[in-house]
Design a protein around this ligand. Structure first.
Ligand code: HEC
Ligand code: HEC
Length: 274
């Protein structure tokens, strides 16, 4: 049990790290000082929903799209009611969870499929606190201790998998196309005729300055690409944290040159040199 608690604490500490970065980038989202939160299976529904609210307003990044008008459906005050009407096969809690981890399973009419699988950036316990919070918006909270302890067990199992697949440290072992795929860049950007039109085509980045591309990924809201002002704030400012520094270098080199393997293994010594 101490092990599970330790992991939760680690999740929380990491969450707060990201939270701080995000709240610095978008100060209007939330300026309150984050509190240390530990999620456990004994919490009451209201306690879970309160944590979910923090995730929603903070690290979850949900307010980059929701609550701003036409980009994404309104959730506050209505999510707990709407969830009972969407899919007759699913309970409210099942529908809301599905909306978070498989947002393309059911696209709300009148909206674009721009929402990403939130389990890429949030742990299972955080996802269930979000479900509790969304249920509290016009409905009854049915998330239980079982959902949370199941999520904690799953989080532990997932961790075991990540450990066996340690991130490659040698640039030559990293495939930039794979990074583009696992990070979901093509949900919004086109490449080689595939992908979305929410952001500029990735091919337009060929020949651009490395620092410019890095800024576009790590700090996407600092400057908005010309012609895409309508989608300002859509690109989540999380990719810099989701990739290792070496992965980020490889991806940026690839985007700037359009060629795989632009960073060779020999250039690794740069790391100590500067
Ligand atoms: C990039 C923009 C974006 C972000 C970020 C985002 N969403 Fe969404 N979300 C959408 C859009 C657009 C839809 C409607 C289309 C669809 O169903 O996928 C949607 C749909 C939903 C729905 C289904 C609503 C309904 O009426 O059935 C839920 C629930 C939801 N989002 C919750 C969240 C939560 C919680 C977060 C933060 C963890 C989040 N979203 C982050 C854009 C976003
Ligand atoms: C949810 C949609 C979305 C996802 C996912 C996304 N982007 Fe973006 N991106 C955008 C939008 C919209 C813009 C234009 C607005 C802006 O500059 O912030 C943009 C801008 C950029 C820019 C700046 C381009 C310029 O000319 O200023 C770069 C570079 C970029 N994205 C790379 C990426 C990479 C690489 C990934 C995957 C790791 C990615 N994006 C994932 C939506 C997205």
């Amino acid at each position: 049990m101490w092990k599970a608690n330790f992991k939760i604490l680690m999740t929380v500490v990491m969450t707060l790290g990201v939270f701080t970065v995000v709240s610095n980038i978008i100060p209007q989202v939330r300026s309150a000082v984050p509190e240390l939160i530990v999620i456990n299976a004994d919490m009451t529904p209201d306690e879970l929903a309160a944590i979910g609210e923090n995730v929603y307003l903070g690290v979850g990044g949900c307010t980059a799209c929701h609550g701003l008008g036409t980009r994404a459906p309104d959730l506050l005050g209505v999510a707990g009611t709407v969830c009972t009407t969407r899919d007759p096969e699913l309970t409210c809690k099942e529908y809301l969870y599905e909306s978070l981890v498989d947002p393309l399973a059911m696209i709300v009419e009148g909206f674009q499929p721009i929402m990403l699988d939130q389990s890429r950036t949030l742990g299972q316990p955080e996802l269930w606190t979000l479900v509790a919070y969304l249920e509290s918006q016009g409905g009854e909270i049915t998330v239980t201790a079982d959902d949370i302890s199941g999520a904690l067990a799953a989080a532990e199992a997932a961790e075991a998998v990540t450990v066996t697949e340690a991130a490659p440290m040698n640039p030559g072992d990293i495939d930039p196309l794979n990074l583009i795929a696992v990070n979901g860049c093509l949900a919004c950007h086109a490449m080689d005729g595939e992908g979305g039109e929410v952001g500029p085509p990735l091919g337009d980045l060929i020949g651009q300055d490395l620092a410019f591309i890095r800024e576009g990924i790590v700090n996407p809201n600092a400057s908005i690409a010309e012609g895409f002002e309508a989608f300002a704030g859509t690109m989540p400012p999380i990719f810099g944290d989701m990739m290792s520094p070496v992965e980020l270098d490889v991806l940026i080199e690839f985007l700037a040159t359009g060629t795989v393997g632009a960073v060779s293994g020999e250039e690794e010594s740069n790391e100590d040199g500067n």
